[in-house]
Unconditional design. Structure first.
Length: 465
């Protein structure tokens, strides 16, 4: 970097800190020259290496508003960061201010109304811990250190989706800071268009400081876990799960997961180090009824390892956390499917045999149930009616992501002929346009709302507008 560029950088960063304080920002400000900058800019995905103008840690909605006002006054773009789980790193941009809202992580549960107020920076684990104290749950995702913020704004698919819908289907209202610094509430009666866009349209419309959900009675015990099949039984097991899911009760959610068996218990020695098929399962209804439903699969296809048993809902929510540690390198792509055909299964299994790293994996989860009870255009989430979602996840641990990303792209292309149009916005890799995530009609409405609420395009994570 030239001397002139270095002096411009230090001038603009110190101006930024002054502008933040002038607007009343009280939280921590970390700029490039300061100790702690590398830690502050680190993303969950170790493959994302961006250099923001500053990372500012907001402590309350006023701080969020002050940060937005300062960024605007200084003409610097900004992103909002909650759980930092965006695989493509949408919450961190080179040269932008990252407004970190992890400090807004309170969770208030009203057991009488089942209304849960969740801070915009809370993690799923924080929401689940608080709601389960009252036997309640809001549908979340599958890794408990994911942010409620990003997951909800994209839609939210997880263990309860077939029984209780996407995360957004339980959203009653939000409190947000708008691009002009105003704090407003959006719901079916206030700022309806904004509320529509925030349910599936991604995060670029406003900073959500509180999500207000209506929770459901769940647990505390559910039936969950996984059954593992050796690779030679994988085609039959995959087809058996597909057949079971065609008419399965909504309480049952399954994800067929292709993994490399680790060299440890409970995997038997003969499958360790090789590919296996795991049927990750959650039943959120009556436990005895769930056992009967799962038995149908057990009797059709005998697993090598059977770990399905009653377990606390919070244990299910954290069951896969160890597969996604902070700092490892990841790359992902996904497909929606109208049908899980035999040909698709064959192509996917063959493609998994070529996975370039032992931590790469593929998940196929069946949708339907409560998701389809909401009208397709009622929220910005545009993929009601999909039969299943397949998620291809390349992971290279501490090594460069290149070969694992190449493997994901190759398998994604080979399986594309079996897929529907469109992609889940929360699985959109950085090389692709957000336009691909939305069907005609939904896209135009999103753009119109974006222009109305953020005419200068200052929310700069997704690229809508
Ligand atoms: C290991 C792993 C497992 C996952 N599992 C699931 C799953 O089971 N189901 C599922 O649906 N998705 C899943 N995802 C995808 C996940 O939902 C998205 O990556 C989501 O965007 C993460 O949200 P975050 O808040 O953690 O991330 P961040 O990177 O902090 O934010 C992601 C995006 O949302 C915006 N955003 C976040 N919070 C706010 C807010 N309060 N106000 C305004 N904008 C905000 C950010 O600006 C950014 O654009 C998973 C991702 C990972 C990495």
């Amino acid at each position: 970097m030239s001397e002139t560029a270095t002096s411009q950088l230090s001038e603009s960063t110190s101006r930024l800190a002054a502008a933040l304080r002038a607007q009343g920002f009280v939280g921590r400000v970390v700029e490039p020259a300061q100790d702690g900058y590398d830690g502050a800019r680190a993303c969950w995905n170790g493959a994302v290496d961006r250099r923001p103008a500053a990372v500012v840690f907001a402590s309350d909605p006023d701080d969020v508003a002050a940060a937005i006002s300062a960024a605007r006054a200084e003409n610097v773009p900004f992103t909002v960061r909650a759980g930092s789980h965006s695989v493509s790193g949408r919450s961190m941009r080179d040269g932008a201010i990252c407004i970190d809202i992890r400090g807004l992580n309170s969770v208030e549960v009203d057991p009488a109304t089942a209304i849960v107020r969740v801070g915009g920076g809370a993690l799923l684990s924080e929401m689940d811990a608080a709601t389960q104290q009252h036997g309640l749950a809001v549908p979340g995702g599958q890794i408990s250190h994911t942010g409620v913020g990003g997951l909800t704004l994209g839609g939210g698919v997880g263990w309860l989706m077939r029984n209780h819908g996407l995360t957004i289907d339980s959203l009653e209202a939000v409190e947000v800071v708008l691009a002009d610094g105003r704090k407003v509430r959006a719901s079916e009666t206030d700022h309806q268009d904004l509320f529509w866009a925030l349910r599936g349209g991604g995060g670029d419309f406003a900073a959500v400081t509180t999500f207000e959900f209506r929770a459901h009675a769940v647990g505390p015990m559910i039936l969950g876990g996984m059954m593992v099949y050796p690779w030679d039984a994988a085609p039959a097991a995959f087809r058996a799960v597909r057949d079971l899911m065609e008419g399965a009760p909504a309480e049952l959610t399954t994800f067929v997961t292709l993994i490399t068996a680790p060299p440890a218990e409970p995997f038997p020695p003969e499958v360790q180090g090789g590919p296996v098929l795991a049927v990750a399962t959650a039943w959120s209804g009556d436990l005895a009824e769930g056992e009967r439903v799962v038995d149908a699969l057990r009797s059709k296809c005998r697993p090598a390892v059977d770990l399905i048993a009653p377990m606390p809902y919070v244990a299910l929510q954290g069951m896969l956390d160890h597969t996604a540690p902070h700092g490892w390198s990841f790359y992902d792509r996904a497909h929606y499917l109208t049908k899980v055909s035999d040909e698709f299964i064959e192509t996917l299994l063959k493609g998994f045999e070529e996975a370039s790293t032992p931590h790469s994996h593929v998940m196929t989860g069946w949708m339907g149930g409560a998701i389809d009870k909401v009208e397709p255009g009622a929220t910005a989430f545009g993929h009601r009616g999909a039969n299943a979602l397949t998620w291809l996840i390349g992971c290279s641990g501490d090594e460069p992501i290149g070969p694992a990303a190449d493997w994901v792209r190759g398998l994604w292309e080979r399986t594309a002929p079996f897929a529907d149009e469109g992609v889940y916005v929360n699985a959109l890799d950085s090389g692709r346009s957000v336009r691909e995530a939305y069907a005609d009609g939904i896209w135009e409405r999103l753009v119109e709302i974006k222009h109305r609420y953020d005419p200068d395009g200052v929310f700069a994570g997704n690229g809508i507008g």
